[in-house]
Ligand binder design. Structure first.
Ligand SMILES: NC(=O)c1ccc[n+]([C@@H]2O[C@H](COP(=O)([O-])OP(=O)(O)OC[C@H]3O[C@@H](n4cnc5c(N)ncnc54)[C@H](O)[C@@H]3O)[C@@H](O)[C@H]2O)c1
Length: 448
């Protein structure tokens, strides 16, 4: 098939490249000429494992191209995929201006009957609104909902081996076309959920909010652990071994981030408000997430007896490992709070350092090498559980960090609970996890 993908972001790039790898002729269209120039030149503007190789292979084959216009023969595409951003507006509702702009372009360009596949995460009723927007097209176009569920950091794998594909279409022809398109992924019937566009649109928000609720619930439990002396690891194990609940998405941490959960939870709340159905669970998940970010800041402050004039090192700036995406990342929130309170911040991330430096400018120091971020800092906060941070040299950390003025040993705030407190304490450092008791060295003077 001949396909056009709107948006060369995380979703559009992965889906467009994946579709070309399945043998389709794909043009990825973006309004950002700089992005298109880079991609045409073989430079990939985002970090996503396996993506660059896949792009290069399909570019070489001639099946994948990047453009800021839609030339012939792509005016006669079989399908147009909309994978543009839907960021939150002032009231939390999704901003659909990019989706509608894409629809306008399709209406102008399309010269052959086709389907328009909405992959962007959009509120219920958007596909119908896009359908109305396409009324001026010269040819029949049917809008189909096909929300994207890929996870950044594992997106290529998710494209080729999705848990499920959700398709919301009104006509049998459009449904069949999507079935044919995804058939090479060998989806057995039960992993292809075929429904109407409105249900399909809601499935996406319901899925993300359900996951966000689990995280926020466990984060609340972690705060209760601090207050009561319970241990979040035991609570998680005890809860997650119930087969009705399951083990996934039960890890306490610094709060969820990224370009999806925060915005989708708020967009669902906004959708509920619009229809007079309060989304109390979504609202609570959002509130608990904001609270967790504040709580992390308080933990750091408490561990250091205030952060004014202190230097804090951060490991992990991306909202999760294996991505360079820092949108709504816990590191961004924590850094803003620390800077406001008079601390200095020195940090490292295997892939997201450049994006972080761009966001904060001279306000923070971003180091190329992980341990260099620790030099002269009073605390290290681990925010993203990259593999390379999992088995660190605690003695090296102890050499690089410095005690507080009051003589307290430097502290490691392990916001992902990945380190063994005993290893940290043995190195002469203090340990502070999330939902676990602070190390007994908390008030002991430094060994130095
Ligand atoms: N990032 C994820 O992990 C993920 C996962 C599932 C779903 N989604 C959803 O997919 C959508 C896209 O997300 P993303 O993270 O890829 O966004 P992104 O911000 O990385 O990329 C969006 C791209 O769209 C381009 N664009 C904007 N207007 C355009 C137009 N009129 N025509 C063509 N291109 C245009 C932008 O220049 C940008 O390159 C969002 O609705 C998001 O909620 C994202």
């Amino acid at each position: 098939m001949r396909l056009v993908v709107f948006g060369a972001g995380y979703v559009g790039l992965v889906s467009g490249t994946g579709l070309s790898d399945l043998g389709h002729d794909v043009l990825v269209f973006d309004i950002d000429p700089e992005k298109i120039a880079k991609l045409s030149d073989g430079r990939v503007p985002i970090y996503e494992p396996g993506l660059a190789d896949l792009i290069h292979r399909n570019q070489r084959s001639g099946r994948l191209q990047f453009r800021s216009a839609i030339p012939e023969p792509f005016d006669a595409a079989d399908a147009y995929f909309i994978a543009v951003g839907t960021p939150p507006g002032a009231d939390g509702a999704a901003d659909l201006s990019a989706v509608m702009a894409a629809a306008d372009t399709i209406a102008k360009v399309a010269s052959k009957q086709a389907i328009v596949v909405v992959k962007s995460t959009v509120p219920v009723g958007t596909c119908d609104a896009v359908q109305a927007r396409l009324a001026s097209a010269k040819v029949p176009l049917e809008v189909v909902s096909n929300p994207e569920f890929l996870k950044e950091g594992d997106a290529v794998n998710d494209f080729f081996k999705p848990d499920r594909v959700v398709v919301g279409a009104r006509s049998e022809e459009a449904r069949q076309m999507l079935r044919d398109l995804y058939a090479p992924l060998q989806l057995s019937g039960e992993r292809l959920v075929v429904t109407d566009p409105r249900s399909s649109e809601l499935i996406k928000y319901a899925s993300n909010t359900m996951l966000a609720v689990r995280i926020s619930f466990m984060n609340e439990m972690s705060r209760l652990c601090h207050a009561t002396g319970a241990d979040i690891h035991s609570v998680r194990l005890g809860v997650g071994t119930d087969s009705r609940i399951g083990k996934k998405f039960l890890y306490a941490g610094p709060g969820y981030g990224g370009s999806c959960f925060p915005k989708d939870v708020q967009a669902l709340s906004a959708l509920g408000r619009e229809h007079g159905i309060p989304m109390r669970i979504a609202e609570a998940a959002h509130g608990a997430n904001e609270e967790q970010a504040r709580f992390l800041g308080q933990l750091v402050e408490a561990a250091l007896g205030g952060v004014m004039g202190k230097k804090i090192a951060l490991w992990g700036l991306a909202f999760k490992p294996e991505t360079d995406d820092i949108r709504e990342s816990p590191a961004v929130k924590l850094t803003k709070g620390l800077l406001e309170k008079g601390a200095t911040v020195s940090c490292h991330d295997p892939e997201a350092g450049a994006n972080f430096a761009k966001l904060f400018g001279a306000g923070v120091t971003v180091k190329e090498r992980d341990y260099d971020a620790l030099d002269g800092a009073h605390a290290l906060v681990l925010l993203t559980e990259w593999r390379s941070y999992r088995a660190p040299n605690f003695a090296e950390m102890e050499r690089r960090l410095v005690p507080t003025d009051a003589g307290g040993a430097p502290v490691l705030v392990d916001a992902r609970n990945i380190w063994r407190p005993s290893d940290v304490i043995r190195a002469g450092l203090r340990y502070q996890g999330i939902g676990v008791a602070a190390s007994r060295l908390a008030d002991r003077p430094s060994q130095r």
